[in-house]
Design a protein around this ligand. Structure first.
Ligand SMILES: *Cc1c(COP(=O)(O)O)cnc(C)c1O
Length: 486
């Protein structure tokens, strides 16, 4: 008699999803580790990037499978159709966009966290303790007090959004959480530079304040926010009856790596009693370098900082972070009373503040372990040295451009990003050259638009990149533009 005939509702003797044969599974697990470590170790000998083929697309266009496939079959698919078609950011000549390169040790952290299946929304377990360790380390790195609070999030887009919500809640009161913006008489206004990341405007949109209420302050020759303009705009808005509430400075802009004059912005924010948030997605970890620290003067005076361990910190994606000076304000903006989230003095429900009190996620993975393992295994000196090196490589590339009569530097190199134009090449031609370089597998730069002009953009973030990689890129670029006779 089959189970269906007998009693379809009866419990199964064994419904577990664990492997049927642990020793067989263990072999496959070791095989996976060997596969991925070989990929990372030998990355330099592979193309930077290649587009997913038709075969790859069709491999991932199959119907929902009711029955199991063998691990051998699945790992063949992974080897052939997944590993070779990754983003490209492991490779030392990936220079398009600001992407971290990851580290093998960080990967192990993710393997462990996934294996333990830590849920870091809250409760009393080690995942929460590790996150607290990272909060304390960031407090130390950024000169924040012990009463400040921190939270792992997906990335700086989310961290900037959460900071906007906290600043708004502080500006108009905690009742705005229930009332919304209905009862405010004056429009809330935020300020950032024209070079700020697009997620700042999005944060204003999502918050309900609206991005029409974001003033995009013009920039100087170094593409930094003009503080005189900032001050004037705040005064004008106040006179017009609006309510300025937030200034977002950027430590390392996405286009060119420019650092806003954070110290002067901090003074203006203090004078006008506004929330001073820093988008440090790219640059904030530069604070780990004693040599670079002075460039970020004023960052320690901010009310909150968004940063990405997954960029210059090379923690595997994703590992964004928000640090908030006033930990109580942070909690006021997000904590929800809920019967099933009640706290206790001991047991699994112990702990006064849980990560779910500080953001929108309840269930969340453990981003802290891979971050802890990366920092613990490398030490901040070594991470700082790799950060400094990417800046040195950017200056080296800028020198090559400076000596060339085919290319010209389009923006000053403040950190690790180099933007340059090609003489006598229109936008179409620049796009074509960059695309062909990406398709060649030799190097992957990107492009951006500066002052209405399409330019090549090289963001040198990767800790594996050497001067020789810059030379190889340069040679390929020169070859390609020569063939083009641009
Ligand atoms: C990358 C970046 C962001 C967005 O961060 P994510 O981690 O990608 O969400 C925001 N601001 C700046 C300056 C960035 O470079």
């Amino acid at each position: 008699m089959t189970r269906t005939e007998k009693n379809a509702d009866a419990p199964l003797a064994a419904a577990s999803l664990d492997p049927e044969d642990w020793s067989d599974f263990r072999e496959h697990a070791h095989e996976v580790l060997d596969l991925i470590l070989a990929q990372i170790e030998g990355i330099r000998d592979r193309p930077v990037w290649q587009p997913p083929t038709d075969e790859v697309v069709s491999y991932f266009s199959q119907a929902l499978p009711p029955t199991a496939r063998t691990m051998d079959d699945i790992l063949t698919g992974v080897r052939e159709f997944v590993v070779p078609y990754a983003t490209g950011n492991l490779h030392p000549r990936f220079m398009g966009w600001v992407h971290g390169a990851g580290t093998p040790v960080g990967m192990l952290g993710d393997v462990i966290a996934a294996g333990l299946n830590l849920n870091c929304g809250g409760r009393n377990h080690v995942g929460i303790e590790i996150e607290r360790q990272i909060v304390r380390w960031t407090q130390e790195a950024f000169g924040y007090p012990e009463s400040s609070s921190g939270l792992f999030v997906t990335g700086s887009s989310m961290a900037n959004f959460l900071a906007t919500i906290i600043a708004k809640t502080e500006a108009i009161g905690v009742q705005s959480r229930t009332q919304g913006l209905m009862n405010i008489s004056r429009p809330l206004i935020a300020y950032t530079s024209a070079e700020a990341h697009s997620c700042i405007a999005q944060a204003l949109q999502l918050s309900g304040i609206g991005s029409v209420n974001l003033r995009q302050i013009s920039v100087d020759d170094l593409r930094r926010m003009r503080v005189d303009e900032l001050d004037r705009a705040i005064v004008a808005d106040r006179q017009a009856g609006a309510q300025p509430f937030l200034i977002v400075g950027t430590a390392g802009t996405v286009n060119t790596g420019a650092i806003d004059p954070l110290d002067e912005i901090a003074a203006i924010a203090a004078r006008h009693e506004l929330w001073f948030h820093v988008d440090g997605a790219i640059g904030a970890l530069g604070m780990l370098s004693a040599k670079m620290k002075p460039q970020f003067a004023g960052l320690e005076k901010s009310a909150s900082i968004a940063l990405d361990f997954h960029k210059w910190g090379h923690v595997p994606y994703d590992a964004g972070f928000l640090l908030v000076r006033d930990g109580a304000a942070h909690k006021r903006a997000f904590a929800q009373p809920a019967a099933y989230l009640q706290r206790a003095s001991e047991g699994l429900a112990a702990g006064e503040t849980w990560p779910c009190d500080l953001g929108v996620d309840l269930s969340r993975g453990c981003r802290a372990l891979k971050t802890w393992m990366t920092i613990a295994a490398l030490g901040t000196d070594r991470i700082a040295a790799s950060i400094e090196n990417t800046c040195a490589l950017a200056r080296y590339l800028a020198t090559l451009i400076g000596k060339s009569d085919r290319f010209f530097l389009k923006a000053p190199v403040s950190l690790n990003i180099v933007c340059f134009g090609i003489h006598n090449a229109g936008a179409e031609s620049v796009r074509d050259i960059v695309t062909r370089l990406q398709l060649s597998g030799i190097a992957a730069p990107s492009w951006t638009t500066l002052d209405g002009e399409l330019v090549v953009r090289c963001a040198i973030v990767n800790h594996r990149t050497t001067a020789q990689d810059i030379d190889i890129f340069w040679e390929a670029l020169n070859q390609m533009t020569k063939d083009d006779r641009v």
